[in-house]
Design a protein around this ligand. Structure first.
Ligand code: CIR
Length: 263
C-alpha cells in the first residue's frame, strides 16, 4: 500500500484589505484640497492593488466593506501587527473610530492575539513604521502622547524599541517616510520631519515615491505616480511593482494605507 506522504504547505503571506466606500470622496482631508474622486476608477484601482498583492504571493483577506465609513479603505490605520500580536488602534479622526469594529471581528476570526489602544489614547496605524525591532511612531495630528504611551507598554515586552517622532509636515509619519527591505528609510526631504532620528536615510525625488510596501526581501510595491523613484529603487537591485492609486492619493492615501500585512 502506498504510504501517504506529508503534503508540504508553503507558508503563505496574508494581507488584510477592505474595499472602498462609494463615498470615499467625503473622507477626511488635512493637507490637500478636495477634488472630485472617480468612485468607479477607485474600485478598479483597488482591484488592481489587490491583484498585485496576490500576484506577489499574498493571500488577501477582506474585511467587509462599509459604505457609510468614507475612509474605511485605508485599513492600515486601524490595526498594526507585531509578529502574531495584532494591536487594534484608536483612530485620531472621530469619523474613523467606527472602522475598528469590523477589523476587530476579522482579527478575532483569524485567531490572532488582540491588544487595543483605548481612549483617551489615539493612534493611527499610518503613524507606525516598523524597521526590524525598531518601531518609529509619529506624534502628529492623529496620534497623541497617551496613544504612544499605550503602544510602548504593549511592544516593549515583545522586544521592540519604540522611538517617537514629532510629525508636523504630513498627515501620518508614513506619509513622509517608509523603509526598503534592507531597512533604509526613504522619504521626500521637504516632507520629512526630524530626519536626524533615522540611522540610514535615502532621499527620493518625488513625494509619492516615499511610500513603499515591502513584498519580499527583494521586491517593493509603489505608486505609478513616482517613476523616477521607481528607477532609483530598481537601480538598488530591487524588483519594483507599480500600481495606479491616483484616486486614493487625492484622499491623502497611498500604497501603504490600503493593506495590512499579517504574516
Ligand atoms: C484620512 O485622512 O484619514 C484619510 N483620508 C487618509 C488616510 C491615509 N492613511 C494613511 O496614510 N495611513
Amino acid at each position: 500500500a502506498a504510504i501517504a506522504r506529508p503534503v508540504h504547505q508553503p507558508t503563505t503571506l496574508t494581507a488584510l484589505v477592505r474595499a472602498p466606500s462609494s463615498r470615499m470622496a467625503d473622507g477626511e482631508l488635512t493637507h490637500l484640497d478636495r477634488v472630485p474622486v472617480d468612485a468607479e476608477l477607485a474600485d478598479a484601482q483597488w482591484e488592481g492593488y489587490v491583484a498585485a498583492l496576490q500576484a506577489n504571493g499574498f493571500e488577501t483577506i477582506e474585511v467587509p466593506a462599509a459604505d457609510e465609513l468614507a475612509d474605511s479603505v485605508f485599513i492600515e490605520d486601524t490595526v498594526v501587527m507585531f509578529g502574531e500580536v495584532a494591536v487594534l488602534t484608536s483612530p485620531g479622526a472621530e469619523s474613523r473610530q467606527p472602522e475598528i469594529d469590523a477589523v476587530r471581528a476579522s482579527i478575532t476570526d483569524m485567531g490572532l492575539e488582540l491588544r487595543e489602544i483605548t481612549q483617551p489614547g489615539t493612534l493611527d496605524g499610518g503613524d507606525v513604521l516598523k524597521v526590524g525591532s525598531t518601531v518609529y511612531v509619529g506624534r502628529g495630528g492623529r496620534t497623541n502622547a497617551e496613544g504612544i504611551r499605550q503602544l510602548r507598554a504593549i511592544v516593549t515586552p515583545l522586544g521592540y524599541t519604540l522611538i517617537a517622532v514629532p510629525v508636523e509636515k504630513v498627515l501620518h509619519l508614513k506619509s513622509g517616510v517608509t523603509a526598503l527591505p534592507d531597512g533604509t528609510i526613504i522619504g521626500y526631504p521637504d516632507l520629512v520631519d526630524n530626519v536626524d532620528l533615522y540611522d540610514r536615510f535615502l532621499a527620493v525625488p518625488e513625494a509619492e515615491g516615499a511610500a513603499v510596501v515591502v513584498l519580499s526581501d527583494d521586491a517593493v510595491l509603489m505608486s505609478s505616480s513616482a517613476p523616477k523613484t521607481a528607477a532609483l529603487i530598481e537601480n538598488l537591485g530591487y524588483r519594483v511593482v507599480t500600481v495606479d492609486v491616483s484616486e486614493f492619493e487625492k484622499m491623502e492615501g497611498c500604497v501603504t494605507c490600503l493593506s495590512v500585512r499579517i504574516r
